[in-house]
Design a protein around this ligand. Structure first.
Ligand SMILES: [Zn+2]
Ligand SMILES: [Zn+2]
Length: 197
């Protein structure tokens, strides 16, 4: 007998919990994704992480890559400037309408009086090809599917399925469903991968 292929539909209960069965990293969680009013006062402790989510509004570089960004709370603006060893390379994906996600940084007051984030360590920054509005939509839909016990089912037809997209864990019962969803999925795969992590 042939072993079942990974994309073979299977039937099993989807009520199990665990990192794969439930969506746990919710961007509405202000402890993990603080907005301007909720950034921790003290530097992070070992093992503690928070992420600043901002959308690039415009490129205001004069020499050094520098961006005007909007907070998760609309109407709050910051400056993000790259002071890394290879700033141009590290900021290559920074275009208006994309997100800059910064780990464990407290706001910095620049010499010209503006507030924002000074990026010294490129490993603390992730640029995602996605607007804040789109990220919020994806976040809400993941949370709804998780609350409904559907995180382990095909996103196209809700058939329970064991394995997901190799990168982001989005689940498909068949190549047909995966192909059908691809025009939407290709734009959000990287973002979803990050949300799941
Ligand atoms: Zn399906
Ligand atoms: Zn994917």
């Amino acid at each position: 007998m042939k072993a079942p292929r990974d994309d073979t539909p299977v039937t099993f209960q989807t009520t199990q919990i665990g990192s794969h069965g439930r969506y746990v990293l919710d961007i509405d969680d202000i402890m993990t994704f603080p907005d301007i009013g909720h950034i921790p006062v003290l530097p992070h402790k070992p093992g503690e992480s928070w992420f600043i989510l901002t959308e690039i509004v415009s490129n205001i570089s004069i020499g050094r890559p520098t961006f005007r960004v909007e907070d998760k709370l609309e109407g709050n603006y910051w400056v993000v400037a790259f002071y890394t060893d290879n700033p141009v390379e590290d900021a290559r994906d920074c275009v208006p309408g994309s997100l800059i996600c910064i780990k464990n940084r407290r706001p910095h007051r620049f010499l010209d009086g503006r507030y924002g984030f000074r990026i010294d360590d490129p490993s603390r920054v992730l640029v995602l090809p996605c607007t804040m509005a789109r990220l919020k939509e994806l976040n809400n839909s993941l949370r709804e599917r998780s609350n409904a016990g559907l995180l382990l089912t095909c996103v196209v037809c809700n058939t329970p399925v064991r394995r997901g997209c190799e990168r982001c864990e989005t689940r498909y019962c068949s190549q047909e469903c995966q192909r059908q969803d691809w025009p939407n999925h290709k734009r959000v795969c990287k973002v979803l991968k990050t949300l799941h992590e």
